[in-house]
Design a protein around this ligand. Structure first.
Ligand SMILES: O=C(O)[C@H](O)[C@@H](O)[C@H](O)[C@H](O)COP(=O)(O)O
Length: 236
């Protein structure tokens, strides 16, 4: 059953203000978890939108040596590729104070994500679970993480009962093959946030908030399975 509104939307004047607010939310979640458990974990998205946020977060006063950072999903390319989400994180987050964090990349160097899956799964067992904070993005086609409409493995990736932490994904819209955390690993985070910018994505999210086929707009899987209305940070 859908909640009356599956989102809680916070609107910011511009991308810079949004990035600062998002960084503050995430920093708070990491500090709270460190205070409780001594360690914390963060999964961030790739793509173009997160750059300002990652840079704002990189200077946050946190004991970064206690934080493990990974990606919500990764394109199956080496870090030398412009398409690498790991390269994005190294460049924009793991710089300054945040360089003390332990980064756990998902790309293993194997020829395909299917071949690298077991090694990637072995790596991520070292991450404090559940994630302290997960920051999702969303594409204009309603995908989030690598939950692409039409992806071969979409049903496995968005299965609320999935026990596998990671799935290899192939979809036409994805470009290269990818690897993604499965839905339960993402929605179980202490703090779950969606970062979107622009009128186009806002309109897609509004469509997704109306009931409909999850496979058409896979962000619906998150809206339907988040423990509380999904916190969305948006600017025009
Ligand atoms: O690797 C990726 O592409 C992502 O993790 C993906 O899910 C992303 O968040 C959206 O595609 C939005 O991407 P943009 O910010 O580039 O629009």
């Amino acid at each position: 059953m859908r909640r009356p509104s599956p989102i809680a939307l916070a609107t910011y004047a511009d991308a810079a203000a949004l990035a600062r607010a998002l960084a503050a939310h995430v920093a708070e979640a990491l500090r709270a978890r460190i205070a409780r458990d001594g360690t914390a974990s963060l999964a961030v998205s790739g793509g173009r939108t997160p750059v300002r946020f990652l840079e704002a977060l990189s200077g946050a006063p946190i004991d970064w040596s206690r934080v493990a950072v990974t990606l919500v999903d990764e394109r199956w390319v080496p870090e030398s590729s412009e398409r690498s989400n790991a390269a994005l994180v190294r460049r924009h987050l793991l710089d300054g104070p945040a360089a003390a964090a332990r980064f756990v990349p998902l790309y293993t160097g194997d020829p395909t994500p299917e071949a690298g899956l077991a090694a990637a799964e072995a790596r991520i067992t070292s991450l404090p679970a559940p994630f302290s904070a997960v920051v999702l993005g969303m594409g204009d086609d309603g995908h989030t993480a690598s939950f692409f409409p039409g992806a071969e493995a979409l049903a496995d990736a968005i299965d609320p009962a999935a026990t596998a932490p990671l799935v290899a994904v192939r979809a036409e819209a994805a470009g290269e093959p990818r690897i993604t955390f499965t839905l339960p690993r993402l929605v179980s985070a202490d703090t779950l946030l969606l970062h979107i910018e622009g009128m186009g994505k806002r309109a897609v999210l509004e469509r997704a908030c109306a009931p409909g086929d999850v496979a058409e707009l896979p962000i619906r899987a998150v809206l339907d399975n988040a423990r509380a209305p999904l916190d969305v940070l948006w600017c025009p």
